[in-house]
Design a protein around this ligand. Sequence first.
Ligand SMILES: Nc1nc2c(ncn2[C@@H]2O[C@H](COP(=O)(O)OP(=O)(O)OP(=O)(O)O)[C@@H](O)[C@H]2O)c(=O)[nH]1
Length: 321
Amino acid sequence: MTRRTAVPITLLTGFLGAGKTTWLSRALQDDTAGRVAVLVNEFGAVGIDHLLVGTIAPDTVLLDSGCICCQIRGELKDAILNLMTQAQNGEVPQFDRIVIETTGLADPSQILSTLTFDPVLHNQVVLQDVVTVADALNGASLHAKQPEWVAQVAAASTILLSKTDLVPEDRLLGLQLRLGLINPTAQLLDARQCPSFADIASDGVNGPALTRSRAPSHSDGTGAQTLSLSFDVPLDWTGFVVWLSALIHRHGTNLLRVKCLLNSPDGIVLIDGVGHTLHHPRHLDSAMPSDQNSHLVFIGRNLDMALLRASFEAFLNVKTS
Ligand SMILES: Nc1nc2c(ncn2[C@@H]2O[C@H](COP(=O)(O)OP(=O)(O)OP(=O)(O)O)[C@@H](O)[C@H]2O)c(=O)[nH]1
């Protein structure tokens, strides 16, 4: 029996809303992508990213809710081993690379340790790249205060700067300097100019920065909370926009991430917010959960999530589950 060589793993990390899914979707569509299996870990009871990526890579696996780095490391290992077995049995297509997209709140050093030192995984997979997407718009202010952001930057073999189109050159230079101070060995690239896995390949000199990561470790005590709301009735758009704007205005610094996949009369719309920034809504052709419900996910710190739900329901006159 021929023994399969270890499958390379690309660990894709970056703070909430940095642009991980955007870059990954692009890389998967590149002609040189090859055969890729994707594992997505999301913070929040309702996964949205796997739906977006899943339209491109149908075998995308959503890991159960919970942070990969502290709660479900066993599940990550099982998911990898399951994938390998399924590919061997012909139940899923063969793949030459595994990409793991972590939640924006994961400290990669814990995951690196599992991938590198687990005695079973050790023979099956090899960690090839640690790619950290750093948000040029929010990186220098909002994210830099978060311990997970520092840990992600510190662990990178490649840092992909996203949203460079949204910031002036001088601000970009400031952030680049800062990133270089935290992790002087990572290669620093513009995410929009590097659309493929070949672009981000580290040269082997850097290697995954397991031992260099001295950033504070992430624990459940960071105070991050998540709220997921689902509903199946049409939404009052004007009311929703007013409510969301007020929420972001009031809680922008504590509200780390908003993601809404809405079933509207005009089709499926994705609304994306990072801190105070609300990105342009995007119409999606597919990527709707089979239940056809609308889903909202909020991630924040020091927020009263019960109050947030009550406020949404009262303002929009919608009952959520
Ligand atoms: N203008 C601009 N917008 C971007 C860029 N990259 C990402 N975005 C937008 O930023 C928002 C968040 O991007 P995602 O790719 O969902 O970020 P993420 O890191 O996967 O988010 P989480 O999984 O929630 O942590 C989306 O609305 C994207 O369209 C970029 O380079 N330029």
